[in-house]
Design a protein around this ligand. Structure first.
Ligand code: HEC
Ligand code: HEC
Length: 193
């Protein structure tokens, strides 16, 4: 008898729970298919699929304003126009024409980071300590580490657009100079010392 009673109570609980779940589903707000993507258009047709036109900065190299780094030792964004400079090919890397340490100063460009050169990767402690971006061994295109040759893989030109999703990330710069300068080599050296 007792057992039956308990069973009965259990059953009505399940029934109540099912009913409640059913009501919940009926009350749930339906999301229209036009709200399922960032485009806010029906997903089943190809109308309006092209994103709005984006205008990249037109300022020629030498006339642009550098951006603050996104976070400490982030790859700096390209502040100037890249018209005619891309794509980078095996035989033609226009970026090197201004950013190689041997020429950068004379055109007012930031020299390529010392971390981008071949011997950085092969460096022993002694070499690493002597290493600086302006050193004579970093003059030519052949000195660039192959994995750093395709500059635009990490450094991107910028356009003034309204982001679809706001970015709330706030970088912390332990040293204010890192807002506009890479200190990666120094930091790696700290580990070596
Ligand atoms: C004609 C010379 C020239 C060429 C070619 C050139 N740059 Fe620059 N670049 C500059 C100068 C000068 C600056 C500093 C901002 C300015 O004055 O426009 C700069 C700034 C930058 C910066 C920002 C550095 C910082 O400290 O914030 C990056 C990144 C960059 N260039 C990447 C590139 C890449 C990648 C290419 C090839 C697609 C390239 N540049 C081609 C001259 C050049
Ligand atoms: C694999 C990603 C990657 C590629 C490819 C790459 N960079 Fe960088 N670059 C970075 C990062 C990350 C930093 C900041 C940390 C550092 O110094 O390594 C940086 C830093 C720089 C800086 C700032 C140096 C300073 O002292 O503040 C310049 C200028 C630069 N890169 C130019 C270039 C050019 C020109 C090329 C192509 C020859 C290139 N980079 C290829 C990731 C990359």
């Amino acid at each position: 008898m007792k057992l039956n009673k308990v069973k009965g109570v259990g059953f009505s609980f399940v029934l109540l729970a099912l009913l409640a779940a059913g009501c919940g589903a009926a009350n749930q707000k339906m999301i229209d298919e036009t709200q399922l993507s960032y485009r806010n258009v029906p997903l089943t047709d190809e109308k309006d699929v092209a994103p709005p036109p984006v205008e990249f900065t037109k300022a020629a190299p030498g006339t642009a304003q550098r951006f603050q780094r996104s976070y400490e030792n982030a790859p700096p964004m390209i502040p100037h126009s890249v018209e005619g400079l891309l794509p980078i090919t095996k035989d033609n890397n226009a970026c090197l024409g201004c950013h190689l340490p041997s020429v950068a100063k004379s055109v007012g460009a930031t020299p390529i980071s010392p971390t981008h050169f071949k011997d950085f990767f092969a460096a022993n402690k002694e070499k690493l300590q002597k290493f600086d971006g302006a050193s004579k061994i970093h003059q030519g295109k052949d000195d660039i580490a192959p994995q750093r040759f395709n500059c635009s893989q990490c450094h991107a030109p910028q356009a003034n657009v309204k982001p679809l999703v706001a970015n709330k990330f706030k970088p912390e710069f332990r040293n204010p100079e890192t807002k506009s300068k890479s200190t990666l080599l120094e930091q790696l050296n700290e580990g070596v010392q």
